[in-house]
Ligand binder design. Structure first.
Ligand code: AMP
Length: 209
């Protein structure tokens, strides 16, 4: 099962991709996570991506497509995967279509106001990557991960100015993909304003159909 999770930042794509990945035993391939690891490791790609990411802008298509191509060539992605955060532009989608055949594109729909509220309250564990929210899913002890006691932090691009920029970038560059995949008959919408259990039930119905 080859899936794309499409939608604005903060729509829950990462959270749901993790659940689907475990349930269907297919890898979650998040370009955001791949770029963040490259930044952390200080690779050539990471050095190029760092400042672009901090501003909430998009890493150039050529670099991004290369990264995804390499990742998809690994054996664990042979029979299926969830692409979380890729493609984000029409040229990326065109490149992907040259070397992959997708099953479905799941479009997470969510209003801007909720995006801002969700992202500005998001906190992430530095050690295990668990995701919290100061209002919707708070850690039992402020700033400390329930699972591993790691330190919780706010991503640089979850600062308010960067969130607004990411939303603008999403509307300009990524939203056209909704029409693109609808016209290809691949698009399935899900309501991303509900809780993860309901969203998972909708996704399951799409996958198992
Ligand atoms: P995310 O975790 O998906 O919100 O991604 C974090 C940041 O990584 C984005 O704001 C971009 O700077 C970069 N990024 C992730 N995926 C892509 C992509 N498909 N194309 C270009 N840049 C990306």
């Amino acid at each position: 099962m080859k899936l794309i999770f499409l939608g604005p930042p903060g729509a829950g794509k990462g959270t749901l991709a993790k659940i689907v990945s475990e349930e269907y035993n297919i890898p979650q391939i998040s370009t955001g996570d791949l770029f963040r690891s490259a930044v952390k490791e200080g690779t050539e790609l990471g050095i190029k991506a760092k400042r672009i990411m901090e501003k909430g802008e998009l890493v150039p298509d050529s670099l991004t497509v290369e990264l995804v191509k390499e990742r998809l060539a690994r054996p664990d992605a042979a029979t299926g995967y969830i692409l979380d955060g890729f493609p984000r532009t029409i040229p990326q989608a065109d490149s992907l279509a040259e070397f992959e055949r997708l099953d479905s594109v799941i479009n997470f729909t969510l209003d801007d106001g909720i995006v801002i509220q969700r992202l500005s309250g998001r906190r992430i564990c530095r050690s295990c990557g668990a995701i919290y929210h100061i209002i919707n899913l708070p850690a039992s002890r402020e700033g400390i991960c329930d699972r591993c006691q790691g330190e919780l932090y706010t991503r640089d691009d979850d600062q308010i100015e960067s969130i607004k920029n990411r939303l603008e970038v999403y509307k300009k560059q990524t939203e056209p993909l909704i029409k693109y995949y609808r016209e290809k008959g691949k698009l399935k919408n899900i309501d991303a304003s509900t809780d993860p259990e309901k969203m998972m039930a909708e996704i399951k119905a799409i996958i198992d159909r």
